[in-house]
Design a protein around this ligand. Structure first.
Ligand SMILES: NC(=O)c1ccc[n+]([C@@H]2O[C@H](COP(=O)([O-])OP(=O)(O)OC[C@H]3O[C@@H](n4cnc5c(N)ncnc54)[C@H](OP(=O)(O)O)[C@@H]3O)[C@@H](O)[C@H]2O)c1
Length: 347
């Protein structure tokens, strides 16, 4: 049941010069469904050639067709009906609302609207039905926090088969998660910073919304209690999370592994361009998953899980890893947009 639009859909990226914005630019350069027509950033960058404005941090150079685009301001009206936002949450809220009111579907990585009652928080394999909250003609679709996405991918099959009741998660989050401003060199090396502003609150709240049920036009959150402790560590890309959890019934390790490895969603069924073949990769090696070895598997769009073992406190424990700027940001947003297009929300 594969789907493809008749012609490429013009898109705009807000915050195109940042860490996530650059991932969007890189992924959109050869996207089969979307054509990157406009890039926007702050007044510091507006009016410059993209190639001159950006401090390119990915391998190689900015894609040549996009390097010549002139950077616009984020307030400029958008003729494109699909807008990706990689703006900081301090400024994203009003700007995204304005683009949505003007008729665009805004797919955002910022946290400003994530918990709004009328905004779906989408992990495409997990809660595609929540797109039912949107209709054609403008709206906001939120991508969850970068640690939430990996965690929820690992939780979804377990919640579906066995019911996740409560969990404790400790994250080890990459430096690129702090954006282009980053973590100062003096703090980044040889160090662990046990605080990331607002991160623990997001991890505590977002999974219940994503794993919740859409009843009419309202999401009833899942009854899951989350305790989160978030750390910044000296890793370039890839967020690792150590999870302990209790399930609603007794299960075996084989049942958990089978739930993970057989997990597929609508993106796989529809053959969406950014969909990984295997959304969850189960590792049996005792020292897996590791950011350097596993973050780029499936184009950076899979969640790697390993270290499954009984937990004497909560029942089971495991470690998961996902790429924070690919699955956790630009790649996840592209996949959500592809799903929205396949569902007729943009044309
Ligand atoms: N980094 C990650 O791993 C990650 C993962 C998931 C979600 N997110 C979220 O994604 C968003 C972007 O994160 P990031 O890491 O890419 O941040 P970033 O590297 O700091 O990039 C911020 C972008 O916003 C633009 N900008 C800054 N101030 C602005 C203003 N006053 N008006 C208009 N544009 C402005 C910047 O343009 P200039 O270059 O012109 O200053 C740049 O393009 C954030 O909401 C973040 O929480 C990040």
């Amino acid at each position: 049941m594969s789907f493809a639009p008749d012609q490429r859909i013009p898109v705009r990226v807000l915050g195109a010069t940042g860490a996530v914005g650059q991932r969007f630019v890189s992924l959109l350069a050869d996207h089969p469904w979307f054509e990157l027509r406009a890039v926007a950033a702050s007044e510091r960058s507006a009016g410059k050639r993209y190639g001159d404005a950006v401090r390119w941090a990915l391998p190689g150079s900015p894609p040549s067709a996009i390097a010549d685009l002139v950077v616009e301001t984020v307030a400029a009206p958008s003729p494109e009906m699909l807008v990706f936002s990689a703006l900081g949450s301090d400024i994203a809220g009003d700007i995204e609302s304005a683009h949505a009111r003007a008729g665009a579907l805004v797919v955002t990585n910022a946290s400003s609207h994530r918990m709004d009652a009328d905004v779906p928080l989408i992990v495409p394999e997990v809660n595609p039905d929540h797109l039912g909250m949107l209709s054609k003609g403008g709206g906001i679709l939120a991508n969850p926090n970068c640690s939430t996405i990996g965690l929820v991918l690992a939780l979804a099959p377990l919640h579906c088969a066995f019911v996740v009741e409560k969990l404790h998660v400790v994250t080890m989050q990459a430096l690129s998660g702090a954006g282009m401003v980053g973590v100062g060199a003096d703090l980044a090396m040889d160090n662990v910073v046990p605080y990331i502003p607002s991160e623990e609150e997001k991890l505590a709240l977002e999974p219940a919304k994503i794993l919740g049920s859409l009843v009419g036009s309202v999401i009833e959150p899942a009854d899951i209690t989350v305790s989160a402790q978030c750390n910044r560590v000296a890793v370039s890309d890839g967020h690792t999370e150590c999870v302990s959890l209790s399930l609603g019934r007794d299960v075996t390790a084989d049942e958990i592994r089978e739930a993970w490895s057989s997990f597929r969603g609508l993106p796989q069924e529809l053959g969406l361009p950014s969909a990984p073949v295997h959304p969850i990769l189960v590792h049996d090696a005792l020292d897996a998953p590791q950011p350097v070895l596993h973050r780029d598997l499936e184009g950076g769009m899979a969640c790697s899980v390993g270290r499954l073992a009984p937990c004497p406190v909560l029942g089971w424990r495991f470690t998961c890893l996902s790429h924070n700027t690919l699955r956790g940001a630009a790649g996840g947003a592209l996949l959500a947009a592809e799903l929205a297009v396949a569902r007729g929300l943009v044309s």
